[in-house]
Write a protein that binds this ligand. Structure first.
Ligand code: NDP
Length: 241
């Protein structure tokens, strides 16, 4: 029987690659999105992966959204917390709204999504929670105090929850991508990409969304059952921890 996987922010960028890779690996996949209906519907039509709209920063919306996914596909056994946003500003110019939105989606979103699913995973003695953090949560990034704080928080959440889930067959891991060639990164002017960003990456190129997706498929698998509380740094050699 194929397992059910839910990917937040699963209709674009890294999340879309994760949804597709999990489907190709035999999972029944649901992809959540926030508001870009046109993109989500095109993704659904193209891949056959059902899409579900809700905001991960709202606990009631997550509980309702998860119930809709489980009614359609069955109990969620693999959760990929991928949805994320940036609201960059130097700290002296950062507004409470920019702080709150990023913490709400990128950190509180993990609580909101994982908490409603946790009891079911415990009851079934199986679960996979895979959190997409960031290199900037490991090393910090100027202009991203909010994002770096949230992504570092994701790593603490991962390590704490891994200890709670271990005896119940639930693994909790994180992936920290470096620069990945999504729309967001490709929108950076080519000159900046070629002269400032790519020279910082020892492998000499951006990562591909599929390279993150393959890490997710491995962590979701039965083969990865002894790996929990870990962080995979997928950044082309840019930063080691
Ligand atoms: P994109 O901006 O391409 O896609 C983001 C996805 O998240 C979209 O599907 C979006 O939905 C969804 N989303 C955003 N906010 C919410 C919300 N509140 N509720 C539900 N869904 C939401 O992002 P990337 O693919 O670039 O990034 C994916 C993850 O990887 C993020 O967590 C990001 O921080 C992390 N990351 C990315 C890196 C990169 O280089 N791209 C590097 C390191 C980490 P909608 O389409 O409706 O807006």
């Amino acid at each position: 029987m194929s397992r059910v996987a839910l990917v937040t922010g699963g209709t674009r960028g890294i999340g879309a690659a994760i949804s597709i890779a999990l489907k190709d690996a035999g999972y029944k996949v649901a992809a959540n999105f926030a508001g870009n209906e046109e993109k989500a519907k095109a993704f659904e039509a193209e891949t056959g992966i059902p899409v579900f709209k809700w905001d991960v920063s709202s606990y009631p919306a997550c509980a309702e959204g998860i119930a809709a996914v489980e009614a359609a596909l069955g109990p969620v056994e693999v959760l990929v917390n991928n949805a994320g946003i940036t609201r960059d500003a130097m700290f002296h110019k950062m507004t409470p709204e920019q702080w709150g939105e990023v913490i709400g989606t990128n950190l509180t979103g993990l609580f909101n999504m994982t908490h409603p699913l946790w009891s079911g995973m415990r009851d079934r003695n199986f679960g996979r929670v895979i959190n997409i953090s960031s290199i900037n949560g490991q090393k910090g990034q100027m202009g991203q105090a909010n994002y770096s704080a949230a992504k570092a928080g994701d790593l603490g959440f991962t390590k704490a929850l891994a200890q709670e889930g271990a005896a119940k067959g639930i693994t909790v891991n994180a992936i920290c991508p470096g620069y990945i060639g999504t729309e967001m990164v490709r929108a950076i002017p080519e000159k900046v990409l070629n002269e400032r960003i790519i020279p910082q990456i020892p492998v000499g190129r951006l990562g591909e969304p599929e390279e993150i997706a393959r890490c997710v498929v491995f962590l979701a698998s039965d083969d990865a059952g002894f790996i929990t509380g870990s962080t995979i740094s997928a950044n082309g050699g840019q930063f080691f921890v």
